[in-house]
Ligand binder design. Structure first.
Ligand SMILES: [Cu+2]
Length: 171
């Protein structure tokens, strides 16, 4: 029994303490025309380890670009390109990530997304994203609160399980 608990404890220690969140970009609208992605981003907190998932039709793609190309809707030199209708981008770095749809006219029509990624551990106050940041809408704030509280609850749950197992091992 002690051995089993010890093995479990080792396993749990390998699990990251902070649970990643997968954001479906645009929610039910997905990655498409006619969606205000500045509005979608507002009020959400993105952290290293989280994932952006893009769901889109055949007329669209996903390109990661630098800020200048994002601002100018320049589609010719992405740092990363994806297609196929379901793209997951893992947020691995603190800072801004800029994404646009390279289909002609789509970026100019609003298919562009800028996300500010914070460190995995919540300690520093969140810097405001580059560019104009509209005031958060209540709906978005609620979503974030839910995601945050879910994350917190899971962390507490993990700590609880670990403490129980440690008790078993020490005993
Ligand atoms: Cu498009």
């Amino acid at each position: 029994m002690g051995l089993t608990a010890g093995a479990l404890l080792l396993f749990l220690a390998a699990v990251p303490a902070v649970f990643a969140v997968t954001f479906k970009v645009g929610d039910n609208a997905g990655w498409a025309g006619g969606v205000d992605y500045t509005d979608w981003v507002t009020g959400k907190t993105f952290r290293v380890g989280d994932t952006l998932e893009f769901i889109y039709g055949l007329s669209h793609s996903v390109s990661v670009v630098d800020k200048a190309d994002y601002d100018g809707c320049e589609t010719s030199r992405p740092t990363q390109s994806f297609s196929g209708g379901d793209t997951k981008i893992n947020l691995t770095r603190v800072g801004a990530i800029h994404i646009l749809c390279p289909s002609p006219g789509h970026c100019l029509g609003g298919m562009k997304l800028a996300v500010t990624v914070l460190a995995a551990v919540s300690s520093a106050p969140s810097p405001s994203p580059s560019g104009p940041s509209p005031s958060p809408s209540p709906g978005n704030a609620e979503n974030v609160k839910n995601a945050e509280s879910k994350r917190t609850m899971m962390s507490y749950g993990m700590i609880g399980v670990t403490m129980v197992l440690m008790y078993g091992v020490i005993r």
